[in-house]
Design a protein around this ligand. Structure first.
Ligand code: PLP
Length: 429
């Protein structure tokens, strides 16, 4: 346990000191489905939320709880709910606000999987996602109507790497009773969206937080800073009786019973995890904790390497453009300076003058970098989006998404910088 505000200490100490029965220092894998109740009264109290405690691993687990506490503290939130993947985290964040007929307004600059989830699967469920231009915060207000329940964006979306105007859009939403959800997968430690007014943060734990590339996971963090009852018509799920919890009005009852504004997290856990599943397994929670414990150090190292890679590539023959916050101008430079407080992230894009063929050839020549669709590993990773992740888009849509034929995306790892640069140089030669 720790009262420290420093990420290096939180990542190692929050939510855990030792196992009281064995004195184990490492967080154990509590590989159990169920928990013996102390008495009938104890069980009844747990089910009625008069007391918080373990009931069943689909809803909560002590290994997962350590992970949740650490991420909640690192993000400056009040509570967190871990789920089986980053995709489940974005789905839960939306389903915790919307019923069929409702809508959210989302930034256009999204991970492709999130885009598909919003544009196709949610549409089929009767939840509309309207896409706003992140360059102009007012575009969110323009697309809002009476059925808009949330705003959604990524902090540092690739391939463009334009930082999202978090405070500007959060402020627009606050006046209307609309919470801003931020996917902070690409900027853990570096950016604190809740501090800037976001109500909810989601992460794919699969990326930098796990870091070892061995486990898929996701998390939803409740900032504890949003008033769910101020505009009752805006948030019906928090202001109308909840039929599966004795007709409680969750926005009122949860803060009263639990003494904290963790209503969003409570609903995600006790309604969505209960009804939809998508629980993170305790073994994967353990694996992700192993990565999390060194996250602040790894983020620092990979960001430092990424800065060096970006400056190196900027002077390289055959490279026409470098895409990295350190190479941006105007409003994008300002936003990066305002929101990326601890470094510019570890994603770097660059364009090869030779276009499509040069991009494909470059990837095939890499020896140290792994050629994978993932990002955020401790190892350096690369991909050529025009021939892979974005190949189903038309040429015009690719350019609109920020993918030119010669664009290469790098997720820079924590290897020695000399080896990273040497691999890039030999592949460019
Ligand atoms: N959000 C972002 C920014 C991502 O890059 C990804 C995956 O690449 C996801 C969410 C989805 O995460 P997962 O693969 O853990 O489902």
């Amino acid at each position: 346990m720790t009262s420290s505000k420093n990420p290096e200490t939180i990542a190692l100490h929050a939510g855990w000191r030792k196992d009281d029965s064995t004195n184990s220092v490492a967080v154990p894998i509590y590989q159990t489905t169920s928990y013996q109740f102390n008495s009938q009264e104890h069980a009844a109290n747990l089910f009625s939320l008069k007391e918080l405690g373990n009931i069943y691993t689909r809803i909560m687990n002590p290994t997962t709880a350590v992970l949740e506490e650490r991420i909640a503290q690192l993000e400056g939130g009040l509570a967190a709910v871990a789920v089986s993947s980053g995709q489940a985290a974005s789905a839960f964040a939306i389903q915790n606000l919307c019923r069929a007929g409702d809508n959210i307004v989302s930034s256009t600059d999204l991970y492709g999987g999130t885009w598909n989830q919003f544009e196709n699967t949610f549409k089929q469920l009767g939840i509309e996602v309207r896409f706003a231009d992140p360059a102009d915060p007012n575009s969110f207000a323009e697309l809002t109507d009476d059925r808009t329940r949330g705003y959604y964006a990524e902090t540092l979306p690739n391939p463009k790497l334009h930082v999202f105007p978090i405070a500007e859009v959060a402020e627009i939403g606050k006046k209307l009773g609309i919470p801003l959800i931020v996917d902070n997968t690409s900027a853990p430690i570096t950016c604190k969206p809740i501090k800037h007014g976001a109500a909810v943060v989601v992460h794919s734990l699969t990326k930098w937080i796990g870091g070892h590339g061995n486990s898929i996971g996701g998390i939803v963090v409740d900032g504890g800073n949003f008033d769910w009852t101020k505009f009752p018509d805006r948030q019906p799920l928090y202001n109308e009786p909840e039929p599966s919890y004795w007709d409680w009005v969750l926005g009122k009852v949860v803060p009263e019973v639990l003494g904290a504004n963790i209503t969003f997290a409570v609903r995600a856990r006790f309604v969505l995890l209960r009804d939809l599943g998508s629980a993170l397994s305790p073994a994967n929670a353990f694996n992700i904790i192993q990565g999390l414990e060194t996250l602040p150090l790894r983020v620092r190292q990979s960001q430092e390497n990424a800065e060096k890679v970006a400056s190196h590539l900027a002077n390289k023959k055959g490279v026409s453009r470098v895409i990295h916050p350190s190479h941006q101008e105007g409003i994008y430079k300002e936003r990066a300076g305002k929101y990326l407080e601890e470094g510019n992230g570890s994603l770097v894009g660059f364009e090869l003058e030779g276009g499509l063929e040069a991009g494909k050839e470059f990837i095939d020549k890499l020896k140290l970098f792994y050629h994978v669709a993932n990002i955020g590993d401790s190892r350096s990773l690369a991909i050529h989006p025009a021939s892979t992740t974005h190949s189903q888009l038309s040429a015009d849509d690719q350019v609109r998404a920020g993918v030119t034929p010669g664009y290469v995306r790098l997720s820079v790892g924590i290897e020695h910088i000399d080896d990273i640069i040497a691999d890039l140089d030999q592949a460019l030669a």
